[in-house]
Design a protein around this ligand. Sequence first.
Ligand code: SAM
Length: 371
Amino acid sequence: DWTSPFVEFNSSIPESGLVLAWLTRDNTKPLRPLPGSALHTRFGSFQHSSMISSKYGTQLASSSSTQAGFIYLLHPTPELWSMSLPHRTQIVYTPDASYIVQRLRIRPGSKVIEAGTGSASFTHALARTVAKNGRIWTFEFHEPRFEMAMKEIEDHGLDGVVKCSHGDVCVNGFIPVCDEILDASAVFLDLPSPWLAIPHLKSVISKEKIVRICCFSPCMEQVQRTIETLQKEGWLDIDMVEVSCKRWEARKEMIRKPQDAIERLRDIKRRRSEGLKKRNERKLAEERNDEAVSEAQENGPATPAEKHVPDKPFLPSEYNPWGKGKRVHEGEDGYEWKEVSKVEAELKSHTSYLTFAYLPPPVQGKDGSSE
Ligand code: SAM
């Protein structure tokens, strides 16, 4: 019986348990909290002792007196792991991974062959999906990468489900280090020459179930060669997909009227005719006004009479829809807004073509032989 934080959820952080410390959108750091250690970042230092026994999801404030930053202590998931893992190769990112898993119909208990292991990003997504009763046989021919992946899989408690093997699948086929008989119903090939590995598959895939395959290739020439081999080997329903992900954002945009444009033009004209001197005078007056208002605020609740401080000019810095002035927050009362949708930059993913196909189980002859 085995446990892994990638398969089972713990509500609180155990000592030396894996935590993904979320610093910024693009910076998540894996760590294992130990008493006496600290995480030092540009947002401040974070004591490991304050992490132990905290709930996953906690926002932790920095212990430095000079930097008032904070981080989030997140539970490991394959999605967050793909954002924080030490890269050894190009990796499969979540937008592709989720699509491949559902197209290959991988679910709890599934048996999957993967080659190459690379940085084991996709291996984590597979392991979480097949969970305790499934099996991932993953192959890598680059020895240091194989060693690192195996160590990481053990560290993450996934060695009960993931079996790492070292070898060249294009030359020798899928020979596992464990003495298990391979009968996969799903195959994922992220290799430069998948067409050389495909002919070796027949002996390691299920003889009873439909077997689904996905080959992940960045070039169209690779796709063409893969398709030719799949056809020759009897794979059916071959199709190719490219996942291109965008994040859609719902926002409010301020409605600007022609009158606002006229005001803006008047403002420019006024500035020109008043000249720099007058502008500086006005700026100074505004600053004195701000100081006076904050003084009044510090001296207790302001009454309407107090808000206007005598002897000091009160010049409100009004909102100017196209220029400098008061900062208006999105959706703030007192302005007109319309709902718009906006496309953000493309999500991080390694753009590749995904070639899918399936192989039906061999037809059994009357004498039990398969055709
Ligand atoms: N899918 C992986 C991930 O998400 O982390 C990344 C795989 S990486 C792009 C491709 C890997 O395949 C490399 O580590 C490479 O060493 C390995 N590889 C290439 N040809 C191979 C072969 N013939 N047999 C085994 N591994 C191979």
